[in-house]
Each structure stands twice: as C-alpha cells, then as structure tokens.
Design a protein around this ligand. Structure first.
Ligand SMILES: NC(=O)C1=CN([C@@H]2O[C@H](COP(=O)(O)OP(=O)(O)OC[C@H]3O[C@@H](n4cnc5c(N)ncnc54)[C@H](OP(=O)(O)O)[C@@H]3O)[C@@H](O)[C@H]2O)C=CC1
Ligand SMILES: O=C(CO)COP(=O)(O)O
Length: 326
C-alpha cells in the first residue's frame, strides 16, 4: 500500500511516457501532462506517444494539457530537460498543494546558476518537497517492461521509501537513498562522459580505449562526487557507475550517439536530446570551482566548443603527466 495512489508526470517526452507506464504498472492512477494541447490530443487519440513509438499507453493513464489537473496528483514526476526544469516548475508551483513531492527525473545541471535539479525545484517551488530519480534506464527498455533498477533520493528517507513503494513493480526496481547530491552528480556527469565514449567509438580507437576512457571517466565522477559529499555507495551504485556503464556502452544512449557522430566527423543527430552537450561546460565550471580535475569532461567541453580538435584532445589526455592511479 502506498500513500501516493495518484502520480502525475509533467513532460510527455520519451522518459515521461516511460515513467507513466511505470506508474501504471505499479497500479497508480496516472496523469501524463503535455504542454502542447495538440500533442496531448494526438497521444490521447492514438493511445501512443510519437516520442516513444510502439508503446501503447495503459488505460489507467490519462492525458491532459491542463496543468492544474496534473498538479492535483499525490506526487509529481517532472520529466523535462534539465535546462527547462525551472520554467516548468515555475508554472506548476502556484497550482501545487503544500508539501507535494516533486521528483526531478532530468539529468543535468542548470546553466548560469550551476544549480542541481532539486535545488532548482526548491527555488522555483519552495513549498514543494524535492526528490531526484536517476539511474541506468533507457526509456524504451523501461516502457517495454524490461527489468530496470534506478535510485530515488530525497532528504527524508521515509519519503524516498514511500515513493519507491509507489513506483516499484516486477519490472521496475527503485532503490531509495538520502544522498540527493550524489545521485544528481552521477546523472549529470555520466552524460558528458558518454559523449567522450561515443567519440572514442566514432574514432574506432578500440574496446581497450573505451574501457580506459570509461574507467578514467568514472574516476572523475567520483572525484566530483566526493567534493560535494556524495557517498561511496551512491557513486558506485545505480545512479553513478550503473548509469555510466549503460551510457558508455553504445548508441542507444543519445549522448553516446552524439559523441559517435562527432568522432566520425558527422553532424549531430537531429531532434535527439543529448543532455551532456548542455552539461559539459557547466560541469567543468563546477568542478573548477571546487578544485576538482575532470580532464575528460574538459576535453568534451572543448571539443563541443570547437576550441580543440578531437585528435589533439586525445593526445593531450594520453600525455598528461603520469601519476599514481586513484
Ligand atoms: N530518454 C531516456 O531514455 C531517458 C531520459 N532521461 C532524462 O529525462 C529528461 C527528459 O528526457 P526525454 O524525455 O528523453 O526528452 P524528450 O525530448 O523526449 O522530452 C522532453 C519533454 O519535455 C517537455 N517540456 C520541455 N519543457 C517543458 C515545460 N516547460 N513544461 C512541460 N513540458 C516541457 C517537452 O515538451 P514539447 O514536446 O512540447 O517540447 C518534451 O515533451 C532528460 O534530462 C534526460 O536526461 C532519463 C532517463 C532516460
Ligand atoms: O539517462 C539515460 C539512461 O540512463 C538516457 O541516456 P541518454 O540521455 O544518453 O539517451
């Protein structure tokens, strides 16, 4: 039994649609909010979202373009891209009853402010209770009911545990945590590192290079996490190492696919959200502000900015001063 019998999802994209399926499978009453009424009408008519084709929507999922209706749910999953989060929460805030859990499901860091997702929620809706959901979870896999595990973190452990009860099912296994920052750092950093992995694959540098890149990228993720007080079990857990393994493994990750195109000298895949492109410069600034070295993330940011070629970046990484492994 859960105290969150109704769940709304703000953001009818690929991940929002997948999480609507998750909540429906868990037995919840589900409202999926699309900001564009035409988009909402198309989904309602077809009982399928073109953003996640081939996934029929469960009957228990109602589609709406009425934000007030979505705001009445017992808990809200906000599933918009990281750089859109503040705007989305600002629209939601006046409609939201005090104390409503608002679970950020985006992976990123806000440009300009360097704020993490739950910080953005806390600023845009101070009367809400912020939480974060993150982990190795491709929307298509999750929506198809393939076994998936993620981490759901909130400062209040009982809240995190109750939200896990509300969403868990035989195919979706959330673990609860109170390490909010650690979960947020894993999700944000893995997207940038996945671009690097894609570049290595696009340059056909081989499986050994990909393993080295993923491992040294994980070392950077850990350094940054520790600088923000993240717990070891979080960084080596689903939202850290787990999501890094998934996103550095192949082009089902849009961030990996972006890196693959970069490595091949091709245009970036059109219409595909690669959060790492937006996170890279912010991650580098954030790391620098804490005196944390993230050479792989720096290389990705420089390549994306066009200030260094891929070959020069790879050589520079290989010829950094030799040091003890950490
Ligand atoms: N796709 C995946 O496999 C996974 C994605 N994620 C994360 O989830 C987040 C979203 O990704 P994803 O769903 O794939 O992206 P999509 O581009 O598929 O969907 C984003 C959705 O957000 C909506 N949106 C944007 N701004 C607002 C707003 N202000 N109010 C309401 N809705 C808004 C868009 O609406 P519109 O259509 O009108 O533009 C769109 O439907 C990202 O941070 C991603 O890292 C996490 C795990 C898995
Ligand atoms: O976050 C995700 C998997 O956990 C989705 O990865 P991409 O955003 O790289 O597609």
């Amino acid at each position: 039994m859960t105290r969150f019998q109704t769940i709304s999802i703000i953001g009818a994209g690929a991940w929002g649609t997948a999480l609507a399926a998750v909540a429906a499978r868990a037995g919840r009453g589900v409202t999926l909010y699309a900001r564009d009424p035409d988009h909402a009408a198309r989904i309602a008519a077809a009982r399928e979202n073109p953003r996640l084709p081939g996934i029929p929507l469960a009957d228990s999922i109602s589609i709406t373009a009425d934000l007030a209706q979505a705001a009445r749910a017992a808990a809200v999953l906000i599933v918009v891209p990281a750089q859109h989060l503040r705007g989305a929460v600002m629209h939601l805030a006046p409609l939201l009853p005090d104390g409503t859990p608002v679970v950020a499901c985006a992976k990123g860091i806000e440009h300009g402010t360097h704020k993490f997702m739950t910080e953005v929620i806390a600023e845009a809706a101070p009367h809400a209770t912020a939480a974060i959901l993150s982990g190795p979870s491709f929307a298509d896999d999750v929506a198809r009911g393939l076994p998936t595990a993620v981490t759901l973190a909130a400062q209040d452990e009982a809240l995190a545990a109750d939200l896990v009860q509300a969403l868990g099912s035989p195919t979706f296994r959330p673990y609860h945590s109170t390490d909010v920052r650690g979960v947020e750092i894993g999700g944000a950093a893995k997207n940038v590192l996945a671009i690097a992995a894609g570049i290595v694959a696009g340059r056909k540098l081989g499986a050994s290079a990909l393993a080295a890149l993923t491992t040294r990228g994980f070392a950077e993720l850990v350094r940054l996490g520790r600088a923000f007080g993240a717990r070891g079990e979080t960084l080596t857990g689903l939202s850290g190492l787990g999501d890094l393994i998934l996103s550095c493994a192949g082009p089902q990750s849009r961030n990996f696919a972006a890196g693959l195109a970069l490595g091949r000298g091709e245009p970036l895949p059109a219409g595909k959200l690669a959060e790492g492109q937006y996170t890279a410069p912010v991650l580098v600034e954030l790391a620098a502000s804490r005196g944390v070295e993230m050479p792989v993330a720096q290389a990705v940011a420089a390549i994306l900015a066009g200030t260094v070629t891929i070959d020069a970046a790879i050589e520079a990484l290989m010829l950094r001063p030799f040091k003890a492994e950490e």
